[in-house]
Design a binder for this molecule. Structure first.
Ligand code: NDP
Length: 309
């Protein structure tokens, strides 16, 4: 079964609409999201545009602040402090990467925890670890939503997470644990990774290595969640992934000729289709959920701030 992230994203977005309407009625204003986009990184510009576009489609107020690529740490700290004090802003998102001269951890730490809609602030990491309410990182909470909406059992099952980053691996492992999975976290120093992965009834790959997870890593019938977003940059790389299926290989090589590098996850898609019982494609799996969860986190933050005022 293909787990369709676009369909789940659409449902989460549709559920945001009445929540926003209720907040608007109670508070007399919509939830508000501010994004700090420093410099001119083209990928960051695309991400931020699609975040603010989704916000405005749903009726969330959003604004993008665009300090120049030469902005200093102090300037960014000032911006964050101003946003921390603005009542109509419920969520603050600092788009990474920040310019190299900026002390990024200091800027992220300056975001007040109640407006930290990414869930990266140490206070919110602590809330997550101890099971207290608070924003949860968007990609990991999107993965849990996807599993739940497809009624894939988490409780009591063995989940293996490959990757231990603060953004994906660690928080998704904590969320799985909170949902009563038995969790194993793997990383680059894990010995005999394939055999550890083969224990996973749910296997989550958040590595950043194109199609590294092959059949040898998969337990027959498992659920595979592919978080990776990588590119295949040459016909040789494409052949390495798709050589077991000549028709698909031909189609992928044609796509490469027309459009250039191909998006690929951390999982070999042919192997996932053959061995797992359910899996997320790339694109169209985990990726679409991140922005939907950011919207949901912004509404949650707005409601929490209102309940506390
Ligand atoms: P990081 O680079 O921060 O972390 C990668 C993790 O993978 C590390 O823990 C690393 O181990 C581990 N790792 C690397 N190589 C191996 C290996 N050969 N064997 C076992 N483990 C390995 O990446 P992120 O967590 O930020 O992102 C992971 C992937 O997910 C990327 O492709 C990224 O683009 C994608 N992503 C997708 C999102 C989405 O919305 N779909 C959102 C965020 C990320 P160690 O700690 O030992 O170095």
């Amino acid at each position: 079964m293909l787990l369709d992230g676009n369909a789940v994203r659409d449902r989460i977005k549709a559920e945001c609409v009445p929540r926003i309407a209720r907040f608007l009625q109670d508070a007399g204003r919509p939830p508000g999201l501010a994004v700090i986009l420093a410099g001119e990184n083209p990928a960051s510009q695309v991400y931020v545009r699609s975040k603010t576009k989704t916000a405005s489609e749903l009726g969330i107020y959003s604004e993008t602040l665009t300090p120049s690529a030469s902005a200093t740490t102090e300037e960014l700290l000032n911006l964050v402090h101003q946003l921390n004090h603005r009542d109509e802003i419920d969520g603050i998102l600092v788009q990474l990467p920040l310019p190299p001269q900026v002390d990024a951890p200091r800027v992220l730490l300056a975001v007040t925890p109640e407006k930290d809609v990414d869930g990266f602030h140490p206070t919110n990491v602590g809330n997550l670890v101890t099971g207290r309410p608070g924003p949860k990182p968007c990609t990991p909470s999107g993965i849990i939503e996807l599993l739940k909406r497809y009624k894939i059992e988490i409780a009591g099952r063995h989940a293996v997470v490959v990757g231990r980053s603060d953004i994906v691996g660690k928080p998704v492992a904590l969320l799985l644990l909170q949902n009563n999975a038995t969790v194993t976290i793997c990383h680059s120093k894990t010995r005999d990774l394939p055999s550890v992965c083969r224990q996973g009834e749910i296997l989550i790959a958040a590595i950043g290595r194109p199609a590294m997870i092959t059949a040898a890593f998969m337990r027959p019938g498992c659920t595979v969640i592919d978080v990776g977003m990588n590119r295949l940059e040459s016909p040789e790389e494409i052949a390495r992934v798709y050589n077991a299926d000549p028709e698909r290989l031909r189609e992928r090589l044609q796509a490469f000729e027309k459009k250039g590098p191909l998006l690929i996850g951390d999982v070999n898609p042919l192997d996932a289709a053959a061995i797992s019982s359910a899996w997320t494609p790339v694109p169209g799996g985990v990726g679409p959920l991140t922005i939907a969860m950011l919207m949901s986190n912004t509404i949650d933050a707005a409601q929490r701030r209102r309940d506390l005022s």
